[in-house]
Design a protein around this ligand. Sequence first.
Ligand code: 13P
Ligand code: SF4
Length: 305
Amino acid sequence: MSKRVVTLAHYYTQPEIQQMADKVGDSLELSLYAKEANADIIVFAGVRFMAETAKILNPQAEVILPDAGSTCSLVTQTDVGALKAWRQRHPDHVHVSYINSSAEHKALSDWIVTSRNVDDIIAHLYAEGKKVIFSPDRNMGGYLNDQYGYDMPLWSAVCEVHDKFNEAALDEAFAAATGEKYLIAHPESPLPVLKKADYVGSTSGMLGWVKNFKGDSKSVIFVATEDGILYNMGLARPDLDLRQAPIYAGCQCNSCPYMKMNTIEAVKRAQAGEGLRIDYLTPEQMDAARVPIERMLDFSQRYYA
Ligand code: 13P
Ligand code: SF4
């Protein structure tokens, strides 16, 4: 009997890869889909922490990452031993970790969040009188501290892609554009960029903002995130002037090298059963990492139902 293969793709993969997928989405949507997927094999055209999350949520399925090199700088910049020591220095705090983290990192966390639900989960914890430490993304954590007046101690890793957006390049691009101008940004971007934004949110959140845009269609909309999602935005609103935010003059070229390792050939090979099998996590590691992920999924299903 042939195996049921389900292919998932993140918005940052190339259009050709998205077209090969059964489901395209942001980190939260893909995690939920992976959990429910009736599949023998899940091919995850994304990055490794996403494939690990899929395996943790659906341990019966074989999960394959097309290219073993598809990591994420938020993972590689975090030494788990040092993180453990940091966590131990804050015994009275709740440890909230962004989903862009390894399974070992997740196992040291009380809650996992994605860029979609981070604001609401941390607001919920503060409303309960909790003290919070946040890892690994210092840009995201710094933005939350600034926006809501929190005092969360932060781990210090960044997304090497979003961290390149900068105020100077944006100011130049804004000055050169005519008519109404807008900026929407992913919260992994640096604080000065986020402070200028008309909207800050996850990939799906930004896509929703574009879909519902009611302003003048001659407006210029700058998008401070990875270039893959410009494809989805263009499909949804071909009438709009959507431009990736520059990282320096003339470069609308900011792209995630790890997401782009998902080539057509690599995804086809993964669908045939080749690639990095996520079979190296022990049942104990998966059980420990599942607890904070499930806490987030329960919260999201209650809160956004
Ligand atoms: P989203 O959760 O918004 O899809 O973001 C994932 C990611 O890796 C952003 O760089
Ligand atoms: Fe990681 Fe940044 Fe790539 Fe997202 S865009 S996968 S955060 S390196």
